[in-house]
Ligand binder design. Structure first.
Ligand SMILES: [Zn+2]
Length: 104
């Protein structure tokens, strides 16, 4: 007997359901900040996070379902500490204490 139908209660069934929910709550290519299912709700929405959590529990990779261009929104790059100005300008020339020639 070939069991092609996955029972909804099985891990695979729950995983498939999670993937379904996740894709339903994925933003459309033109509007990456809006969930098309939850009208006028900011993305990532609560339902997306819930589905992602269930996918994670099913040992599936959320990143395999989410389009690559949306990855930075979900997982911001950790190298955000790169400062635009030159960090070699240190120490800053503010308040040299100790030597005060304040005599007129
Ligand atoms: Zn949603």
């Amino acid at each position: 007997m070939a069991g092609l139908v996955v029972a909804a209660d099985s891990p695979a069934g729950r995983a498939a359901e999670a993937i379904n929910d996740l894709t339903r709550h994925l933003p459309e290519p033109g509007a990456p900040a809006v969930c098309p299912t939850c009208a006028a709700r900011f993305w990532p929405c609560t339902y997306f996070y819930d589905a992602a959590h269930r996918m994670h529990n099913a040992r599936l990779r959320v990143g395999d379902v989410v389009p690559v261009e949306l990855h930075p929104r979900l997982w911001p790059p950790p190298a955000a500490s790169a400062t635009p100005h030159d960090s070699r300008a240190w120490p800053p020339e503010t308040g040299t204490f100790g030597e005060e020639h304040d005599h007129g």
